[in-house]
Design a protein around this ligand. Structure first.
Ligand SMILES: Nc1nc2c(ncn2[C@@H]2O[C@H](COP(=O)(O)OP(=O)(O)OP(=O)(O)O)[C@@H](O)[C@H]2O)c(=O)[nH]1
Length: 972
């Protein structure tokens, strides 16, 4: 169905026999912009236009498809039949001889035919000849095609399809079989022809099956004018068969589809075989489709249309079995196709919706109480058809190929074969990552939208009635550059406002605090420390928060992390209030900060802008009260409200395992009220709320909106940023937790803990890739600067490139640790990691990429963030050797007496000479020796002598690194 609405550029180009560029150009002239990509979609209207335009080209192709060398000969020979006949006999004998062995097996019925072609030598040979006729057909096939071509071709085309269906064979197979079992074809053909001439002929040969009827044909057609003519008559038939062959190719698809479905549906009990077991889900899903087909139109896709309408399907085979002849012309595959074309787009859509509805609700035992749970689960795997052209497949990542097939309404085999054509080998139950799902769905004309069940559930929240809503406290995040005073400000606020109220109260770090101002208003603060603030949690934090306080030290400048904080707040649509800190310092210059902000198009109120700012000193408390008042003012404008009288929804701020108390999660309740005993789900963990504490350690029985609480009772530690939600039953929570756990397991299996360039494609597909953090190390300052500048320019709207650290020298352990903390990749330009850093990187799964050419680095990063990284070659370091002694030998150069420390080195290896972690030379080995012998390879633990082509500057303690370029398979 999808194919009917949209076509790919490639398909159309093939169909119209023109290049994609020609089509694109043509479309451009008509005002349609189409990318010159075989996968570009083109609407049927546009296709129709193109078909008109390139009609002649398409016809050329069609004609060409009918041509074969043999055919060309035939038309010439057929026109002047008589003369050609004389020539014809020459080819005939050859096939006869070849097939002579077969005739013995062949029944007597064909004999008449045989007699005609052969010169008439012996009566006994006639039957043999009959058998041999079919072989002649093959040879003659080529000859016969052209004359009959178009008109007869159409008729014959309908005929052959059923014959293939009967056999359940492919045309190729038939071709192969023809020489061996020629009987079938001749039988069918004559029978068809007989129908035309008349039935009486059938009677005379009642003995045999249908083939008996054939003999009369030759007699009729070749009334025996001349002996030679008979063979020509046969060629004509053969020509028909050839044309049939070409048409048969189309029927194959229908047949394969039909066969698949019937087996599992009809005989599920007996054969649970390998296919059946894997298709169990499909059965359930497919069954309902039968119902759809009966009342409605014949079918949707290949599968649905095929198996469901038993009339059509069985009709074809029955006809085939009973009457291989004339009836087939009308029935069979061609009819099915016509029927498929009939349904209107609306009907088709209705069918899809019905199918989907059943797909989602077919599980036995669901009963009437499908309720929200089923809806939620269904929502995870939902196909939405919006309009005629927009097909969006809503799906979670890591669904299996089988499930994807069900959603796309195609057979699993189609998915698998599509994957194979894309260079991916998948099994039925293999789970697919986002990138693969996107590519496959695209092949079937769907766009993919990955759903996060967490977000889905949030979306599912029923809108609150206005009267249920009450004011809630603002949730504020304090962000800013390192050492600009975030912690100091929060500490001051807490000390002044919290601990002072409750003398002796124990303030714990729980990542979120609630503060009461002098005016009695509450403000909730989120405290996300350290590097977390730079990555996921801060991005998430910006979503949780209503307001962001951006702390900027008045004695400093707008620093990179300040800018990042501002970016996060802006991207999250979170209002900002600037706190210009450290104004107590003599060198403080708040005006300079405000000016810098103005330079970023962030005008503060004092300067006539819309952003509030407050000069403060977190140390002395100067201006802090005013800052809080401004926060409340801003919150008032936001009209923050929530319904406290419903199941709680919130976000995990942090979680840990406490020895005595089990898993403890700090949760910011955002709506509803969390109560003791509630069944909560957070990430893939669930449990009953056993106890709750506020940030002072005081026990709570309930926590309303904008309240940060520590919660005990979860089955595990959720991740910061996970949504927490309360369910009515434990079963609901458990099911969702299990499905999330399954997905998580897949993710763990398939994805690396930290970002890699290859991983970027996957993350881009699911839309979770927002920034690429890079740690850049190089051999000299100039190249680091140049590379850094170029990389930063690669930032795009969707992906931001951040160089979180850059420097000169070896890649160190601290570089790896920083990369681990900030989910960064490390790029080394002409430098290598220290042994410890290398080990650590392996442990932490941090990707370190080495480059020797700046453009390589830039291009790879560029390709990666454009989702097109397909490295053809990957560098594999085969081994390292350390230089222990250096010999200068005249006429030979410098030979390094070395020891292979790890891996191995071969003479064909490329090598790099590394001194103090810096690459000083890259080249090839000149000679590799063990003692006096040239050797091809030296393994770890052995000594060797090595000389390097055109390089003599080897020193003791240099490391020589051997490497190979390994070809990487492309994914697409
Ligand atoms: N004079 C003065 N010093 C301040 C003020 N605020 C913070 N500081 C000092 O600045 C230094 C850094 O303050 P922090 O609160 O740790 O800064 P931060 O932004 O939280 O730093 P990170 O947690 O590392 O991101 C500390 O030594 C504070 O004492 C202030 O208003 N005046």
């Amino acid at each position: 169905m999808s194919e009917e609405k949209m076509m790919r550029l490639g398909q159309i180009a093939r169909k119209l026999n023109v290049g994609t560029a020609t089509i694109v150009e043509s479309m451009a002239k008509k005002g349609f912009e189409v990318e010159n990509n075989p996968n570009s979609k083109i609407s049927m209207e546009q296709v129709a236009m193109l078909e008109k335009e390139f009609k002649s080209s398409a016809l050329d192709k069609e004609e060409a498809s009918h041509l074969s060398i043999g055919k060309r000969h035939e038309p010439i020979s057929l026109e002047p039949e008589a003369p050609k006949q004389e020539k014809a006999p020459e080819p005939t004998p050859a096939p006869v001889h070849k097939e002579e062995p077969k005739p013995a097996v062949i029944p007597s019925t064909p004999t008449p035919e045989a007699s005609t072609p052969t010169p008439v030598p012996e009566p006994e040979q006639e039957p043999e000849k009959v058998s041999s006729d079919p072989p002649k057909l093959e040879g003659i096939k080529i000859l016969g095609k052209i004359d009959l071509d178009k008109k007869p071709a159409i008729k014959s085309a309908s005929v052959p399809k059923p014959s293939y269906q009967q056999r359940g064979e492919r045309p190729q197979d038939q071709r192969k079989q023809n020489p061996n079992q020629p009987k079938q074809r001749p039988d069918q053909r004559p029978s068809q022809q007989q129908n035309k001439p008349g039935q009486p002929q059938n009677r005379p040969n009642p003995q045999g099956q249908k083939p008996v009827q054939q003999p009369p044909k030759p007699n009729v057609q070749a009334p025996a004018p001349e002996a030679p003519k008979a063979p020509f008559v046969i060629p004509k038939e053969e020509a028909v068969t050839e044309e049939l062959i070409s048409a048969k190719a189309d029927s194959l698809k229908g047949l394969t589809v039909l066969g698949k479905i019937e087996l599992p549906v009809d005989r599920p009990k007996k054969k649970g075989g390998p296919v059946a077991s894997s298709d169990e889900r499909n059965r359930d899903k497919k069954r309902p489709r039968k119902r759809i087909d009966k009342p409605g139109t014949p079918g949707q896709g290949g599968q649905a249309g095929g198996p469901r309408p038993p009339q059509d399907q069985r009709g074809a085979p029955r006809l085939a079995n009973q009457r291989p002849g004339g009836n087939q012309q009308r029935g069979g595959a061609p009819q099915q196709r016509v029927q498929k074309a009939e349904p209107t787009p609306k009907e088709i859509q209705d069918q899809i919706k019905q199918t989907l509805a059943r797909l989602q609700g077919t599980k036995p035992g669901s009963g009437k109480s499908k309720s929200r749970r089923d809806k939620r689960v269904a929502r995870d795997r939902e196909v939405e058809v919006e309009g005629e052209e927009a097909k969006i497949l809503k799906v979670t990542e890591f669904i299996s190929a089988n499930d994807l097939a069900a959603l796309l309404d195609v057979s699993v085999n189609q998915i698998i074969s599509t994957c194979m054509s894309l260079g991916m080998f998948v099994s039925i139950n293999q789970r697919l990552d986002a990138e693969a799902i996107t590519i496959i769905a695209d092949e079937f004309g769907y766009d993919v939208e990955f759903t996060k069940s967490i977000e889905d559930e949030m979306v599912e929240e029923v809108a609150d009635e206005a009267e249920d809503l009450v004011d809630r406290a603002p949730i504020v995040t304090i962000m800013g550059h390192v050492d600009h005073g975030k912690t100091s400000l929060l500490d001051y606020i807490r000390m002044a406002k919290v601990t002072s109220e409750e003398a002796g109260g124990i303030t714990q770090h729980i990542g979120a605090y609630e503060v009461k101002t002098k005016t009695g208003h509450k403000i909730a603060f989120l405290d996300t420390p350290g590097h977390e603030a730079f990555t996921a949690m801060r991005a998430r934090g910006a979503k949780i928060t209503d307001l962001a306080i951006i702390v900027i030290a008045a004695d400093d400048n707008i620093m990179p992390q300040t800018k990042e904080a501002i970016n996060h707040a802006q991207m999250g649509g979170v209002p900002m209030i600037f706190a210009i800190n450290k104004v107590d310092k003599p060198n403080a210059n708040p005006a300079k900060i405000k000016e810098a902000l103005a330079g970023m198009n962030l005008l503060v109120e004092e300067w006539g802008g819309k952003y509030q700012s407050q000069d403060i000193s977190a140390k002395t408390g100067l201006g802090v009260e005013e800052l809080l008042e401004k926060v409340l003012l801003e919150a008032e404008i936001l009209e923050l409200k929530a319904n406290p009288n419903k199941n709680a929804v919130g976000t995990v701020v942090e979680a840990s395992l406490d020895k005595g108390r089990g898993y403890v999660a700090t949760v910011m309740v955002q709506a509803g009220t969390l109560k003791i005993g509630d069944i909560m789900l957070a990430g893939q963990h669930y449990g009953r709320v056993k106890a709750m504490f506020d940030h002072k350690g005081k026990k709570l029985k309930a926590a309303g909106p904008s309240t940060p609480v520590q919660v005990l009772g979860l089955s595990g530690a959720p991740q910061a940023g996970d949504t927490i939600k309360v369910y009515d039953t434990e079963r609901e929570a458990r099911e969702i937790a299990n499905s999330r756990e399954q997905i998580q397991r897949e993710q763990n299996l398939r994805t690396k803990k930290h970002i890699t360039l290859d991983e970027i494609g996957r993350r881009l597909a699911i839309g979770s890739f927002k920034e690429l953090n890079i740690i850049l190390k190089g051999d000299v300052d100039g190249s680091v600067e140049a590379l850094s500048d170029s990389l930063l320019k690669l930032s795009k709207d969707e992906v931001k490139v951040s160089i979180i650290h850059q420097g000169v020298g070896q890649i160190s352990e601290s570089d790896v640790l920083l990369a681990s903390a900030s989910d960064a990749i490390i790029l080394g330009f002409q430098v290598r990691p220290s042994p410890n850093a290398k080990k650590l990187a392996e442990q932490e799964e941090i990707e370190i990429r080495h480059y020797s050419i700046i453009y390589d680095a830039i291009n790879q990063i560029k390709d990666a963030i454009e989702g097109m990284l397909e490295p053809e070659y990957e560098e594999v370091i085969t081994g390292n050797i350390i230089v222990r002694e250096v010999f200068k030998i005249t006429k030979v150069g410098t030979v390094a007496g070395s020891y292979v420390t790890d891996g191995f080195i071969t003479r064909k290896n490329k090598i790099r000479v590394i001194r103090g972690g810096i690459v000083i030379h890259e080249g090839e080995i000149d000679q590799l020796k063990r003692f006096k012998d040239d050797v091809a390879e030296v393994k770890a633990g052995y000594e060797c002598g090595i000389s390097i082509k055109n390089f003599n500057n080897i020193e003791i303690d240099d490391t020589i690194e051997g490497f190979d370029l390994k070809e990487i398979k492309r994914k697409k």
